[in-house]
Design a protein around this ligand. Structure first.
Ligand SMILES: [Zn+2]
Length: 96
């Protein structure tokens, strides 16, 4: 059995833009904001909840252009970050 403790990196869902990638959780350390980044086509959705509510929502950024000021630091989010921000219910699965 795979558990969050033993599995790999969390993802939200398959990418709605390219269909090939997985949407990973990214966090802005300066603001605590979360975004979803496709690991294949690099499309970014800057509002996790909005995409959950509307699967047809278009991405609003493309890596490396993240929302907010350029100086703000974005990085791949850990499961701990996700849990700390009560977003674990948004995790659709885990992969390497
Ligand atoms: Zn994609």
């Amino acid at each position: 059995m795979t558990t969050p403790e033993t599995a790999g990196r969390p993802y939200f869902d398959e990418c709605r833009a390219c269909g090939d990638g997985l949407l990973r959780f990214w966090i802005c350390r300066a603001t605590g904001a979360f975004a979803l980044l496709c690991d294949e086509c690099h499309a970014i959705w800057s509002h996790v909840g909005d995409l959950a509510d509307d699967p047809t929502l278009k991405p609003d950024y493309t890596y490396p252009d993240f929302p907010g000021e350029k100086a703000l630091t974005w990085e791949a989010s850990s499961l701990t970050d996700i849990r700390d921000h009560d977003l674990e219910f948004r995790v659709g699965g885990y992969s390497v």
